[in-house]
Design a protein around this ligand. Sequence first.
Ligand code: KG4
Ligand code: ZN
Length: 355
Amino acid sequence: MKILGIESSCDETAVAVLEVKNGKPKVLSNIISSQVKLHAKFGGVVPNLAAREHVKNIERVFRAALKKAEIKNFDKEIDLIAVTRGPGLAPALLVGITFAKTLAWKYDKPLIGVNHLEGHVYSNWLNDNFKPKTVKFPILHLIVSGGHTELVIMKGHGKYELLGETLDDAVGEAFDKAARLLGLGYPGGPAVAARAAKLKMKNEKLKIEFPRPMNNSKDLNFSYSGLKTAVLYKIRDLQNSGIKMDNDVINEVCYEFQKAAVEVLIKKTLKAAKEYKVDSIMLSGGVSANTLLRTEFKKMAEENGLRYSRPSLEYTGDNAAMIAMAGYYNKLKAKSSKRKTTWGSVEMDANLGFN
Ligand code: KG4
Ligand code: ZN
């Protein structure tokens, strides 16, 4: 079975072709056209501008994905189309959805609308060493991106329960905002991580301590807006006490910020794993590219005897291969749940969640 995946929920126009044989996936192509440079000027993604770029790029990205996958006859070779239907920026989502609907209508193909967050979950299924047949439910997922920070239990394919989420900013958003305050540009996550990595422990002079928001709360929720504000105040305090924001100081602020942000994620994931007695945990979303988070996630899993998975780096950010993978499992379920998979059955939902 060959699946065409389409993703346009934010600032990446992405199209992929995924082949699934006996449940084993193989990514035949995974083309991503990023608009990061365009939005960098504004310090964040501008929805209408994103939509305009998707319209401009989607056909080229689609053709490139078919070419790379060596699809010569779309009608004969593609069995299913999967498209992100939410959550995301409404004008951006509509471009991918309309493109997908048009293809499904023209070629009379089944169409599946995929939850973007479920796409991130399934990015783990794309790992080379991943064995779908050995998967044991329930699995606890920590999904961390620019728009979401969620702990979700997956009880089976398509069966989710939201355990906790951010009450304000997402962790990726906090990285982006901290980077902006420090003049590091957009997107901030990779920039902050790179600066943090430059800090040699012996350079840690200022003894900066950032708060660990909701680290000890009884629930499984998160809050990242306070951490961002703490960075703002710290920069102000440092400047007021005559300390220049030179590279060493910026590196140290980044290091401490990242440490605080990651610590809460790890602690809450372990708390959820214990409370819900799961023995498998998975990480996903754009922030799962963060080296400290990946290392700490692995360490925590190993120390507590948990099976774990992290997506390979190429599938951490937004991509369409993960959407195709989620589409495959959605389609399997659609048969038994009598869910419609016609071109007219897919609707955009910018606020789509797990419940
Ligand atoms: O999943 P994603 O590509 O898009 C959304 O669905 O939001 O996630 C993007 C987020 C951005 O906030 C970006 O700064 C963050 O992921 N990010 C990182 C790293 N790489 C990307 N955050 C921390 N460390 C990184 N290495
Ligand atoms: Zn995403």
